[in-house]
Design a protein around this ligand. Structure first.
Ligand SMILES: [Zn+2]
Length: 427
């Protein structure tokens, strides 16, 4: 597609702005499939976005004053300028560029919940890209989608609902409920796809194991917001005969930011809505995820440091997404902790969970030795021998104690919970 045509489409009056990604199905899908559009779009959208936010947002006006904006072409050109969750938490109104039509809140996995506003167009765009992703995953009109995500102030429920409406896929809006209720609705309605939190999925799979009735033929479970070990997915598959596809997201980015690759090679992210950087990568390419939202009107985020550690993945794959990839999240930057002289991330300990759900770690000391308790949902299976060798060596040397701690599933079927609980005294 030629450049003038891109400009003409971007300038179409129904888009109201010359660089917004259209959410209308016909125009949107046409553009999404054009490589040349992607190439042209990203930089132009970024350059225009920078100008617009400085006009409309107090925060950006004050912080970007020192730059000659005409020379800024990519996020990297902003050097040491970043935005942080704390800024969004303390003064969300300063980020607002256009009046919000709807608010969502973050789950507060680090700090208190943040209010994130979206315009009607932002919301429709998110629903459109979710619908586009669902279609790529193979959702069809004759599917029946049971949506067990909360329809409340947390973003996924409503976005998925709207995406399914765009695709004319019938939906059962069960919302987030007790596992028994979700399970009963699955038996009753026989959905072909179920959107659900991993901890609820574990609980309903346990119910399914005991159930004497015939289970419906579910094509896949769509999960997100919590980590789900590969072994757990295999166990779910043996019970239901259905695969589990996990997503990675954040309310700041309007929900699902990336969806797991069919071949298990990390997460494919939406490279039209987001400009992704990996900050200070180590020798393995792991660094901090930094995201610029290119298309939101209400509260655009420039170089937002959400604090998750990951890396780019270049492995090619044959799955339907074809978009760029990041690896599984190694951990939150704030979740890194020191014990027995080593730097650890909770993810290192999730490897020991053979079956069930890993919730995080609790750290205390026992007779002056650091003790890490691997927190799991009751009934999960753990094999400490699966931990990395450097952890096993540290245990062997009596420098570290590793134990497990079971927690009731009912207390954790809600929103995100802290992955690291450090009970050691700080003096
Ligand atoms: Zn893939």
């Amino acid at each position: 597609m030629s450049r003038w045509l891109v400009k003409r489409i971007l300038g179409a009056p129904e888009l109201r702005s010359k660089y917004r990604i259209p959410w209308s199905w016909k125009l949107g899908t046409r553009l999404y499939n054009k490589k040349s559009f992607k190439e042209t779009y990203k930089q132009e959208a970024f350059m225009l976005l920078i100008q617009e936010i400085c006009r409309n947002s107090k925060f950006y006006r004050e912080h970007l004053e020192r730059f000659n904006l005409k020379k800024i072409r990519t996020p990297e050109d902003l050097g040491d300028f970043f935005t942080y969750p704390e800024q969004l938490e303390s003064h969300p109104e300063d980020f607002v560029c256009k009046k919000p039509d709807i608010y969502f809140e973050t789950s507060g996995s680090s700090g208190s919940p943040k209010k994130i506003g979206f315009t009607r167009e932002d919301f429709l765009l998110l629903a459109f890209t979710t619908a586009y992703g669902l279609k790529k995953m193979g959702v069809k009109k004759n599917d029946l989608y049971l949506n067990a995500y909360s329809y409340g102030i947390w973003v996924p429920g409503l976005i998925i609902q709207n995406a399914l409406e765009m695709l004319s896929v019938p939906v059962i809006p069960v919302s987030h409920q007790k596992p028994e209720v979700i399970f009963e609705k699955i038996i009753d309605y026989k959905p072909t796809i179920v959107g659900i939190l991993p901890s609820s999925l574990i609980a309903i799979t346990k119910l399914a194991e005991k159930c004497k009735k015939e289970l419906p033929k579910i094509r896949w479970f769509q999960t997100g917001a919590q980590h789900i070990p590969r072994e757990t997915k295999e166990w779910i598959k043996t019970v239901w005969g259905a695969k589990t596809i996990n997503g990675y997201g954040a309310t700041e980015f309007g929900g699902t930011f990336a969806v797991e690759c069919n071949e298990g090679k990390g997460y494919h992210f939406n490279d039209l809505l987001f400009w992704v950087e990996i900050l200070n990568p180590d020798q393995n390419g792991y660094g901090e995820l930094v995201v610029t939202t290119l298309a939101f009107q209400c509260m655009p985020l420039i170089r937002y440091r959400i604090g998750d550690i990951t890396r780019f993945v270049d492995d090619s794959c044959d799955c339907s997404f074809g978009a760029a990839k990041i690896d599984y999240i190694l951990g939150r930057k704030d979740n890194m902790f020191k014990a027995a002289g080593n730097n650890f991330y909770p993810k290192y300990f999730s490897k020991a969970v053979v079956e069930g759900v890993f919730l995080g770690v609790e750290i205390d000391t026992k007779e002056s030795i650091d003790r890490i308790k691997i927190r799991i949902v009751e009934g999960s299976k753990v094999d400490l021998k699966r931990l990395d060798t450097f952890i096993l060596d540290t245990i062997e040397k009596d420098e570290l104690i590793v134990e497990t701690k079971s927690e009731s599933p009912d207390s954790h079927t809600g929103r995100k919970i802290p992955e690291v609980i450090d009970l050691r005294s700080r003096d």
